[in-house]
Design a protein around this ligand. Structure first.
Ligand SMILES: [Zn+2]
Length: 216
């Protein structure tokens, strides 16, 4: 897919939206769109791309006069007609900046935009979000995804034993254990216990292990 040179520096989640009338005619017409913005703004860019299509096949409301009464409108864009030509069908033919999250060609745009905004908000935690997402525990409400993730994500640790030591250190006063004994705690075994007991689940990532709470 061609890269739009004007926003090639963008590193946030982007989608390449292609005009299918052009595609079916053997022409590439489409636009790279920043997906981490308001849904309305994404739609506006998709519609603008379709109106600019070399293969228009429908009429749509003029974006400048919004279909004002042709009797009185002096709109230059539509010459007072209230409508302008446009292509109609589109699909997501490429995407980037989604941290390995798979976006289907016909994925609902509101879900794509929601995911893009969550990834953008999370920054360095985006990788962990993707692992959480692929685990299939996300609920039905896209607006809740970020909160659900934050509730479940315990952090990134070098090893799962490090996590076990930290979390049990918060629950129990490990300092009160004589050093002679403390040095012999089997943190790997404790960690396995937490995992097999279903309290947590983990995924590789962040140069270590991503830890998620299974109980939320
Ligand atoms: Zn107009």
């Amino acid at each position: 897919m061609p890269r739009n040179s004007t926003d090639a520096h963008s590193t946030g989640p982007r989608i390449y939206v292609a005009c299918l009338a052009s595609y079916n005619a053997g022409r590439l017409h489409g636009a790279w769109i920043d997906a981490a913005q308001d849904l309305d703004d994404v739609w506006a860019e998709i519609r603008a791309m379709l109106r600019a299509s070399p293969f228009p096949n429908v009429e749509v409301t003029c974006p400048d006069c919004e279909g004002a009464d042709p009797q009185v409108s002096r709109c230059e864009t539509c010459k007072g007609r209230g409508n302008v030509p446009s292509a109609e069908e589109w699909a997501i033919h490429d995407h980037e900046g989604f941290e390995g999250l798979k976006i289907d060609e016909y994925e609902a745009i509101d879900r794509v935009v929601q995911l893009a905004n969550v990834l953008d908000n999370l920054g360095t935690e985006a990788e962990a979000f993707v692992a959480w997402w692929h685990n299939g525990t996300a609920g039905k409400d896209p607006d809740a995804w970020e909160d659900e993730f934050r509730e479940a994500y315990r952090g990134t640790y070098r090893t799962i034993a490090d996590y076990a030591e930290e979390v049990l250190g918060e629950t129990y006063d490990l300092d009160s254990i004589p050093p002679l004994l403390a040095g012999h705690i089997d943190w790997d075994g404790v960690a396995r216990e937490l995992e097999t007991g279903g309290d947590i689940w983990t995924a590789d990532g962040g140069d270590g292990v991503l830890v998620f709470d299974n109980t939320v």
